[in-house]
Structures are given as C-alpha cells and as structure tokens.
Design a protein. Sequence first.
Length: 170
Amino acid sequence: MIEIDIAAAVLRFSLGITMIAHGWNHAFGGGKLPGTARWFESIGIRPGRLHALLATLTELGAGVLLLAGLLNALAAAAVVGTMVVALVANHLKNGFFIFRPGEGYEYVLMIILAACALAALGPGRWSADHPAGITLDGLPGLGVALLGGVGGLLLLAVFWRPKREAKENA
C-alpha cells in the first residue's frame, strides 16, 4: 500500500535528518567533539572522549542508514539506544516538557517512540532494504529496536557514574 510507503518514508526522513543533525552538532557545533566529550564527562558518562565519538558516529551512521532505508531495524535500534542514554542520563530528572530547566524528556521520548514505530512498520518499498530483500519489520523489527534500548541501558550500567548531589541538612 502506498500509504505505508509514504508513512515509512516520512518517518525515515524525519528521524534520519534529525540524527544526522544531532551527530553533526556533536562533531562540528559549539565545542565540537572535545566539548561534547567534556559535557559527557560532566553528566557522569566516562570516558567522555570515547562516548562522544561513539555517540556521534552512531547518530551520523544511523541517520544515513535511515535516509537510505538500509538496515532499517538496526538503524532504529541505534537511535533507540542513543536516545535511551540521553533520556536516562540527562533528561528524565527534568520532567516531561522540553522547555523546563535542563530540558525535559518529551523530545527524546518521541524520538524513541518514532524509531520503534518505524522498526515495526518497516522501511517501505522506497528503501534500499526492499530490493535487497531485507524484511525485518513487525514484532521482530520492534524487538530489534528495543534491543537497542537494552544496549543503551547496559552502557549506562557500565559507564555512567553521575555525581551525587549533596544532601541538605535540615
């Protein structure tokens, strides 16, 4: 159905461009990769340089794969994993709304859910997966995307050591 192909293309394009822009900003915006590494260190993800490089490459790579419609479920898993790390390590404590101080989690949550939806939907016929005969969608595609989230949680368990806030004496 053409409607499914349109929906898949819209999701792939929006997620792909967003992830490329995010990775590009990590690499070339503001403080560039060293600034991203310092920021990762500041929120307790160590070693910051390694994780800044890995996150940047993951975001850029997943974005390109999504635009091409190549390895759709795997690209969605990369998006989910990266955004789960952002959700837990930085945004969850700030509440839902993005405009709250520290930026809430609505943005990263929507990216996670859109990536899961795309993995379940599949890349559509207007993708590199289609002529290659790669058909990983439905529950298996969603399962692959959710494994990306598990990977993000494992990364946090091993490498995330947030600073403990000093308790106030009343």
